[in-house]
Write a protein that binds this ligand. Structure first.
Ligand code: SAM
Length: 213
């Protein structure tokens, strides 16, 4: 018997376009992004953005750290095109096509690995493996900042969150593979990250951060 492939709709142009149209209106996301920016060290030279989309988060980070080199990873053709357009005049940014279901390719070392609302699209086992790969990619003192969509502790709170962002359990993205933030923080500690904490949270949106000592 062949295993069924987990649903991930993000390679569809329509799915990506629909997100980009409403990305700015997602409640409280700006607060999470601002909190994330506080954790990027001033000494950062290289940044990796996992599931970059149109490069929104990386654009914000580079606005504060303009003299950095960056790699933006995604697997959606629509998103890759949008990110390439955003960073067209910036030769220090490379946009790389890669499916996060698979081990990361050789990308060099980084001082900051960031991600927003992307890693919850891979299955739990792969999330943990990816976090370990991120640890391996960080220079000493480097940070991992994952602004993530995490699971609610019960169906009622999940439903309330969905309503706040304009969805229902019927219309929510079937690509989501939500996991509670406590488990993810525990994994980060087990992998070896230090200073691990949930640094910001609003309902199912959470900033999980840690550093490589
Ligand atoms: C909700 S969007 C977030 C995009 C961007 N980080 C932002 O905050 O606007 C999720 C992103 O994750 C990407 N993604 C989902 N699953 C992926 C996978 N398996 N490999 C690579 N990228 C993936 C999607 O293509 C999309 O760009």
């Amino acid at each position: 018997m062949t295993a069924t492939k987990p649903v991930n709709l993000w390679t569809s142009n329509e799915h990506a376009r629909d997100y980009l149209e409403r990305a700015d209106s997602i409640s409280h996301r700006n607060e999470g992004e601002s909190a994330l920016l506080e954790f990027i060290p001033q000494t950062t030279h290289r940044i990796l953005d996992l599931g970059t989309g149109d490069g929104r988060l990386l654009g914000l980070v580079r606005r504060e750290h303009p003299d950095t080199e960056a790699v933006a990873v995604d697997f959606s053709p629509t998103m890759l095109e949008a990110a390439r357009k955003r960073f067209a005049g910036e030769p220090s940014v490379s946009v790389v096509a890669h499916n996060l279901d698979d081990a990361l390719p050789a990308l060099g070392k980084f001082d900051a690995v960031v991600s927003s609302f992307a890693i919850h699209h891979v299955v739990h086992e792969r999330k943990r493996a990816l976090y370990a790969e991120v640890y391996g990619l960080l220079n000493p003192g480097g940070v991992f900042c994952n602004l993530e969509h995490v699971a609610s502790p019960n169906p009622r709170l999940h439903q309330e969150f969905l309503e706040r962002i304009g969805f229902t359990v019927e219309t929510e993205d079937p690509s989501n593979k939500l996991l509670d933030f406590e488990t993810q923080l525990r994994w980060l500690r087990e992998i070896g990250f230090g200073d691990v904490d949930c640094q910001w949270k609003w309902r199912e949106l959470a900033l999980l951060a840690g550093m490589r000592a």
